[in-house]
Design a protein around this ligand. Structure first.
Ligand SMILES: [Zn+2]
Length: 396
């Protein structure tokens, strides 16, 4: 059982790159792959045959001839639910079955009580994965079997709303996840399924899903996930950048200017998460005597133009903009995109954007795209599926 991410596919024309060119339509034949990669036709053929024998590519009829025999066309098998994905949130989880191109075949949103603990929550979600990929729901035990036969499950990707140590798949000091600290998600899930399991934090999976869906031509991107918590995922040179332990992009405990500085779950005060997360907005509104119970209520108040809620959203946007300005000056991305439930909150977005322009070097913002993540509620499971697909291809 492999828990780790795919190793680097450093060579141009590596299996992952060949597959990506076919999946995106950049190449439809071996000749196209040879031209794009600069590899010899025989090397491309060898790699393509290996991918076909693993069921990761298929022949899709004959293409147009440019004289001589018509070339056989290549395609990524689509339509079969062969990748399981779970995007766990504070109150809900999106669970999906996707095909090898990363397209959603089936997906459902389930209510989750994170305080029920990891075994109960993950056990129920894995059972749902089994149902969606056509396992035996009557068994009810969440055990899923896999393999490389057509239609068999290839792997499961899981996003966790807290810090995940990348090398082990273990959760480390999460906020708002009582009973989950130190839990080995990868090992637990590996005991329930006999396919590779990859685990990452939810912001990284959103970044990967959004990048592959909308920005795969851009090499440097930062994705902010602003929901109950707040985090970010970084794409550098076209790849998810995790850093040494997997905590790269975790901006939740960066300090921002706030007076008074609200206490944070980490023990410090004035962290971005304590000022600008959905949970922080709920707390701040309650302290001002507004009877609001959750983030949905906060968003409704902001949409209705409520004065207190709107002021807090602007303050949150400034705080996100301050941190993001440091990130943009330091990292010089081509795009900054914001996703999560607060992404549609206009006052937050407007003040984030203004702060970013005010605090960044002109060279860094000259051509910078600032936008919303467009991929919707399936962006997390799409990222999880791509993590699995990358792993499977590298292993093949
Ligand atoms: Zn903190």
């Amino acid at each position: 059982m492999t828990i780790d991410d795919a190793p680097r596919d450093a060579l141009r024309g590596g299996p992952r790159e060949l597959l990506r060119w076919v999946a995106t339509g950049a190449a439809v034949s071996r000749a196209d792959l040879s031209r794009l990669s600069g590899l010899s036709p025989s090397t491309v053929s060898q790699r393509v045959e290996a991918l076909i024998s693993q069921g990761l590519l298929e022949e899709a009829g004959a293409g147009r001839s440019r004289g001589g025999r018509r070339p056989r066309q290549l395609a990524v098998p689509t339509g079969s639910a062969v990748v399981g994905a779970i995007d766990l949130g504070a109150h809900h989880a999106r669970v999906g079955a996707l095909d090898l191109s990363g397209r959603v075949v089936q997906a459902r949103t389930l209510p989750v009580r994170i305080e029920d603990g990891p075994e109960a929550v993950l056990g129920a979600l894995l059972a749902e994965v089994a149902t969606l990929v056509g396992g035996d729901p009557a068994a009810g035990d969440g055990v899923v079997t896999g393999g490389s036969a057509p239609g068999a499950l290839r792997g499961v990707g899981i996003g966790i709303p807290g810090p995940v140590q990348h090398s082990t798949g273990r959760i480390v000091s999460p906020s708002r996840m009582p009973g989950w600290n130190g839990f080995d998600v990868a090992a637990f899930c590996a005991s329930r399924v006999d396919v590779p399991v990859v685990v990452d934090n939810d912001a990284n999976l959103m970044a990967l899903g959004a990048h592959r869906t909308a920005h795969s031509e851009l090499d440097h991107a930062v994705y902010i996930k602003a929901g109950t918590g707040i985090g970010s995922g970084v794409i550098s040179s076209g790849r998810l950048h995790r850093g040494a332990q997997g905590s790269a992009g975790d901006i939740s405990h960066c300090r921002v200017v706030a007076d008074p500085a609200p206490p944070c779950t980490c023990g410090n005060a004035g962290c971005l998460e304590a000022v600008a997360s959905g949970a922080a907005l709920v707390t701040a509104l309650r302290e001002q005597g507004v009877p609001v119970s959750d983030l949905t209520g906060v968003i409704r108040l902001i949409d209705d133009g409520d004065r207190q809620a709107t002021a807090l959203a602007r303050q949150a946007g400034r705080a996100v903009g301050e941190i993001l300005a440091v990130v943009v000056n330091f990292f010089n991305p081509q795009v900054v995109a914001i996703g999560g439930r607060l992404a549609d909150c206009e006052p937050l977005l407007a003040s984030m954007r203004a702060t970013l322009y005010e605090r960044c070097l002109p060279l860094a913002t000259q051509t910078l795209l600032i936008e919303r993540v467009a991929a919707g509620q399936d962006v997390g499971i799409t990222g999880a599926a791509h993590l699995v697909i990358d792993h499977v291809v590298a292993a093949a």
